[in-house]
Design a binder for this molecule. Structure first.
Ligand code: GLY
Ligand code: MN
Ligand code: MN
Length: 439
């Protein structure tokens, strides 16, 4: 059985259980369609419904849909191919998945509703429905939360096929990261670096899984910096790049930080890299991800102490909330069909959820670690003046040292990890760099 066939079997079993538990006969998963900008006729870039690409690796065929009848073991894929002389249709290469589904080509959505007839009324619709005729379809429910929670909970454990796609996505992104690193050392602008990134993997920007962060110098302290200067700075001291790639709809999300010269900032990058690798060793089934996040804060506190950013001991810096000013975001998140893959707060398939942490409000993952989960580990340390304002005048912070780091912005290092038995984990990101002879 191919990896895809096994994946499809898992997806059908998960849908069977979810539909049985929530009381639906079938699910109709609509791929979605592009929205046009206000008072305009130009479409925004189209992003397929993640629960559609969970079934089949078809990313660019809007208005397609999947119908799955509980217990049938086989979905019907209504692949929309418009009769349209204005636009080209996405090319669908012959692939294994077509052998395992019932494939119906349609050029009008009425063909789907005619084909399904009365079955539509017992079906749970999952997708966006802002446009006719989809908004008028007579379905049993639209995006029922209990069904979606069920699917999101079980999606956290990845199939082998998904892990293989994530490996490939990391391989692509690592290749592009190597090109970006060269462009940084060649002194190029942020935009020019990013052009080299995309060119290295023949990608266009709309094919990126998220807005890439390409930041020179102090820009790297802006957590989601994505505006890109078109001229290089007088001096490129530091470079932080957080950028990914897509493979069959699965996302890579990689961050690397580079120093132009040896010295203080290079030492800080090395210390953060060592701390990140220590954290990787703490990933084991049964550990709660929140505890890993706290462990990361304590490691950052020790780095703050070691580099004399603070005048108090590491534990006190954590207790007083100082580490959160230097490291405001979460340690990481699930990754898969979506860069911030869903289900990080869910406790069960029934939709019970973990209470969000007041102390660490931006952490997206509160679940216990399990074999087969894939998540990122992305500690950072930055000079974010807005957050440091809360400690203005405090003698706990060595402000001279903060001033020293400010022109470099910050550091983040981010890998994606597949959880294995007994801590026998796979680092998708470092393995990809190694395979390319880098790192
Ligand atoms: N690139 C977004 C993130 O790291 O979560
Ligand atoms: Mn991330
Ligand atoms: Mn990232």
């Amino acid at each position: 059985m191919s990896l895809y066939a096994k994946h499809l079997k898992t997806v059908t079993e998960r849908f069977d259980q979810a539909l049985a538990d929530t009381g639906y006969e079938s699910a109709l998963i609509y791929a979605g369609q592009p929205r046009v900008a206000f008072l305009d006729d130009n479409p925004a870039p189209y992003k397929v419904n993640p629960l559609f690409k969970y079934w089949v690796p078809v990313l660019e065929s809007p208005k397609s849909a999947i119908f799955y009848r509980k217990g049938s073991g086989k979905p019907t894929v209504y692949l929309f191919q418009a009769r349209d002389f204005w636009h080209s249709q996405a090319k669908i290469p012959a692939e294994d998945w077509q052998q395992h589904v019932e494939l119906k080509i349609i050029d009008d959505l009425s063909k789907l509703t005619d084909d399904l007839g009365d079955e539509l009324a017992a079906s749970a619709f999952i997708g966006e429905d802002f446009a006719q005729p989809v908004s008028d379809w007579n379905v049993k429910a639209r995006n029922p939360q209990d069904l979606i929670d069920h699917l999101h909970f079980t999606r956290a454990i990845k199939t082998e096929w998904e892990i293989q796609n994530l490996r490939e996505a990391n391989h692509l992104a690592a290749k592009a990261h190597i090109a970006a690193k060269e462009a940084f050392f060649a002194g190029k602008s942020e935009l020019a670096i990013y052009s080299d990134y995309l060119a290295a993997i023949d990608a266009r920007e709309t094919q990126m899984p998220y807005n890439s962060i390409v930041a020179l110098n102090d820009h790297s302290a802006i957590l989601h910096y994505d505006v890109y200067d078109v001229v290089p700075p007088r001096e490129s001291l530091s470079f932080l790049i957080d950028a990914g790639a897509l493979y069959k709809g699965y996302c890579a999300d990689i961050t690397r930080s580079y120093a132009r010269e040896p010295g203080f900032y290079a030492d800080l990058v090395a210390a953060m890299d060592a701390a990140q690798q220590e954290l990787l060793d703490e990933i084991k089934p049964g550990v709660n991800y929140y505890d890993l996040h706290v462990s990361m804060h304590l490691k950052i506190a020790r780095i703050l102490e070691q580099f004399e950013f603070i005048t108090i001991d590491a534990q006190s810096a954590y207790d007083k909330g100082i580490t959160s000013a230097f490291m405001p975001h979460g340690l990481g998140h699930f990754i898969g069909l979506q860069v911030h893959d869903v289900g990080g707060f869910l406790k069960s398939a029934e939709g019970d959820s973990y209470e969000r942490s007041q102390r660490h409000p931006f952490l997206r993952l509160l679940r216990d670690i399990e074999v087969g989960q894939v998540f990122t580990i992305e500690p950072g340390l930055y000079v974010v003046d807005q957050l440091l304002e809360d400690f203005a005048g405090s003698a706990d912070i060595n402000w001279k040292k903060v001033d020293e780091l400010r022109p470099y912005g910050g550091v983040r290092i981010e890998d994606s990890i597949v959880v294995g038995e007994q801590g026998n984990n796979e680092n998708l990101t470092r393995d990809a760099f190694k395979a390319l002879g880098a790192e």
